[in-house]
Design a protein around this ligand. Structure first.
Ligand code: FEO
Ligand code: CA
Ligand code: CA
Ligand code: CA
Length: 565
C-alpha cells in the first residue's frame, strides 16, 4: 500500500546524513540560529532571569519563554509577526532545586512549574543578526495553567463540568499539556491539550467512573499539584478534569482576550488541530488522539463560511466524527450522535473516547499530527508507533489488533496514513486511503519492518510525529523517536526533520537535532524565507554549551534568501 517513486522529487536541497552529536545540522547552503530558549525574557524586566545553575525564579517564571517548546503558528497582526508557541510540559529535575528530587515540595514549586508551561505569544522581528523576540511588545503574553478562560460549546454549563469554584460550568482556569497546534482560517491560534490527565491526582477517595479510567485519570499526579492545590485533587474536585482535554482558541491580536475552550471538538488527548475549508464551504478540523489504540477524529461545522464573514458558532455548532478505515482502502467518518452512541450530547463531548468506541471507529497506532495538502484535497496523519500492541492502555479500550492502516504487530517505526475525501470535499463522510510511508530499517530487516519502498538506508527514520505542509505542497515530517542509533534503530541517528513529495513518494532528510531532543513545531516567516523549528527536551547542554539543556526554537534559512516555506 506504500507509494512508489514515479517521478523525481524537486527537493531544493541536498539531503543530509544522520548525526549523533549535540548539535543542529541543516543542508549545505542553509543556516540555522537559535531564536529563543526556555528562560529567555519576553519583557525587559526579565532579562537575565535564567541562571545556568538554578534555572528561572518563581518571580520571573511567567515573564520568560516557557520550557519544552511544541506546536507553533505565525500570524500577521498589523503588519507585525506574532509567533504563538506551546510549552508542552516541564522537566522538574531541571527546574527545581536538586533537593526536591524532581517532585515539588511546596506550593511555590508547583506555581513555578505551572508558569513555565502553557502558551507563549510573542512578537518577533528581523534585525541585522536575524530574527529576534521583540521584548515588551504589546502582543507578548504568557498563558499558563492559571489563566482564566471560557468553556464554550454544547458541554459548557453542563453538570459534568460544574465545580465548587465554578458553579456556572463556564469559567475554567488554565490550558495544560499543550502539544500540537492549529491555525484558524480567521487568524486565531488553536492549542491542543494532550496529556492533561497527568496533572490530576487524588489525596483521598477516587471518584468512580469509566470516564476516569479510559482517560488515565487517578492515582498520583505527575507534578504533585494535587498536594498543594485542591483544584487538581480529584477526591475534592472530581469534575475539574472534565474541563481539560480540549482544543482551545487564542486570539494573538489581543493580549487581553480570554482564551476559549471549544468543547464541540471533543475531549481527548489532542495532538493538533488541522483546519481546512471544505469544498462545500463548511469548516473542517482534523484531530488525532495520541494514545495507543485511540482514534482519528474530525469536526465539521454546521454552517458554511466565507472569508471575512462572522465566525461565531463555527467551532461550537457542528458534528464530531471518528474515522473507520476499511481493509479495502475505503473509509467512513462515523458521526458521534446520541442515536449512534446511546450517550447524551454532553457525554459525547466529555467522554469522546467512549463515544468513538461505541460506534466502532478504527483503533490506531497513536495518531499524532494531521496535515492537509494545500494543493489538493488530502489529509495525512502520523501514526507514530505502537510498541505494545494488544496491551490495552486503559481498561475499556478496544481490541487494538492489527488492521488496514496499522498493519504491523510490533510497530517500532510508525507510518503515515493518507486519505482523500470523496469528491474532494473534506466535509464528506466517505474517503479512500493509503499509506504514504511505512517507516522501517532496511539495513536490519528484509520484511515489513524494512519499511515501504520509499524508505532506504539514506533517508530512514522512526516515529513520525509533527507534520506541516509548505505552500509548494511538500510534506515536512518531524520525528520523536528512538535516537540511540543501535539495534533496530542503527543508522537512524538523532531525531530529524524530513521533506516528503506527496506525488513521487520520495522523502529526503533536511535537518537533524541534538541527541535526546525531538523535533516538534514548524512554521514559516511571513515571507516564507525562514522556517521556525522546535527542539524539545534536548540532551547535553544544548544550545549554550554549558549549564542546563534548554528547549529552543531554531530559525533556519537559505543563505541566498530564497523562499523555503
Ligand atoms: Fe505531545 Fe503526542 O505528542
Ligand atoms: Ca507530538
Ligand atoms: Ca510523540
Ligand atoms: Ca513531546
Amino acid at each position: 500500500t506504500a507509494s512508489r517513486a514515479h517521478a523525481h522529487a524537486k527537493f531544493a536541497f541536498t539531503p543530509i546524513g544522520i548525526a549523533t552529536d549535540h548539535a543542529v545540522h541543516v543542508p549545505e547552503g542553509y543556516k540555522s540560529q537559535v531564536l529563543v530558549r526556555w528562560g529567555d525574557a519576553l519583557w525587559s524586566d526579565a532579562e537575565g532571569a535564567y541562571s545556568a545553575d538554578t534555572g528561572v525564579s518563581l518571580a520571573m517564571s511567567d515573564r520568560v519563554f516557557g520550557e519544552n517548546t511544541d506546536g507553533m503558528e505565525l500570524f500577521e497582526v498589523d503588519g507585525r509577526e506574532i509567533l504563538v508557541v506551546n510549552s508542552e510540559y516541564v522537566n522538574p529535575k531541571i527546574n527545581l532545586p536538586a533537593s526536591s528530587e524532581g517532585v515539588p515540595q511546596n506550593a511555590d514549586e508547583v506555581q513555578l512549574l505551572k508558569n513555565l508551561q502553557g502558551v507563549t505569544v510573542m512578537e518577533i522581528a528581523r534585525g541585522a543578526t536575524g530574527y529576534q523576540v521583540v521584548k515588551d511588545s504589546p502582543y507578548n503574553r504568557r498563558i499558563t495553567h492559571e489563566t482564566e478562560m471560557t468553556l464554550a460549546g454544547p458541554l459548557a454549563g453542563d453538570e459534568l463540568v460544574k465545580t465548587d469554584a465554578d458553579p456556572s460550568g463556564r469559567r475554567v482556569k488554565g490550558t495544560m499539556n499543550n502539544c500540537g497546534s492549529g491555525k484558524t482560517l480567521w487568524g486565531t491560534y488553536l492549542t491542543c491539550e494532550e496529556n492533561f490527565n497527568g496533572y490530576f491526582g487524588a489525596t483521598g477517595e477516587m471518584p468512580e467512573g469509566e470516564g476516569y479510567i479510559r482517560y488515565g485519570i487517578g492515582g498520583e499526579g505527575r507534578y504533585a499539584y494535587e498536594k498543594f492545590d485542591d483544584r487538581y485533587d480529584i477526591s475534592k474536585e472530581p469534575k475539574e478534569p472534565h474541563r481539560h482535554g480540549f482544543v482551545t482558541e487564542i486570539n494573538p491580536a489581543d493580549a487581553t482576550s480570554v482564551p476559549v475552550k471549544r468543547t464541540a471538538l471533543g475531549r481527548f488527548k489532542h495532538e493538533n488541530a488541522e483546519m481546512v475549508h471544505a469544498a462545500d464551504g463548511r469548516i473542517v478540523v482534523y484531530m488525532g488522539d495520541d494514545e495507543r489504540g485511540e482514534y482519528l477524529y474530525k469536526y465539521v461545522s454546521t454552517n458554511t463560511w466565507t472569508q471575512g464573514a462572522p465566525t461565531e458558532g463555527l467551532l461550537d455548532d457542528g458534528q464530531l466524527y471518528a474515522a473507520k478505515f476499511n481493509d479495502d482502502q475505503t473509509g467512513e467518518w462515523l458521526a458521534l450522535t446520541p442515536e449512534a452512541t446511546g450517550m447524551s450530547e454532553a457525554e459525547i463531548l466529555c467522554f469522546t473516547r467512549l463515544a468513538a468506541s461505541a460506534v466502532g471507529a478504527t483503533t490506531m497506532d497513536r495518531p499524532e499530527w494531521v496535515a492537509c495538502n494545500p494543493l489538493k484535497a488530502e489529509g495525512y496523519c502520523a501514526l507514530t508507533n505502537n510498541k505494545n500492541r494488544g496491551v490495552k492502555p486503559n481498561a475499556g479500550g478496544d481490541d487494538t489488533s492489527v488492521n488496514g492502516p496499522n498493519p504491523r504487530e510490533t510497530n517500532k517505526y510508525g507510518q503515515i496514513v493518507r486519505w482523500a475525501p470523496s469528491e474532494d470535499n473534506h466535509a464528506a463522510e466517505v474517503f479512500t486511503w493509503d499509506l504514504y510511508v511505512m517507516a522501517g530499517n532496511p539495513t536490519v530487516y528484509d520484511n515489513a519492518y524494512a519499511g515501504s519502498a520509499n524508505v532506504n538506508a539514506g533517508n530512514m527514520f522512526n516515529s513520525p510525529d509533527g507534520m506541516a505542509f509548505s505552500s509548494d505542497g511538500m510534506l515536512w515530517i518531524q520525528t520523536d523517536g528512538d535516537d540511540d542509533n543501535e539495534g533496530d534503530f542503527a543508522g537512524q541517528g538523532n531525531n530529524q526533520m524530513l521533506v516528503g513529495d506527496p506525488e513521487s513518494g520520495e522523502i529526503a532528510r533536511f535537518m537533524t537535532v541534538p541527541n535526546g531532543a525531538e523535533v516538534t513545531g514548524l512554521c514559516w516567516s511571513l515571507d516564507k524565507t525562514v522556517a521556525f523549528v522546535g527542539v524539545q527536551h534536548p540532551g547535553g547542554a544544548w544550545p549554550d554549551g554549558a549549564g542546563k539543556p534548554r528547549s529552543s526554537i531554531v530559525a533556519v534559512w537559505r543563505e541566498d534568501g530564497a523562499m523555503i516555506g
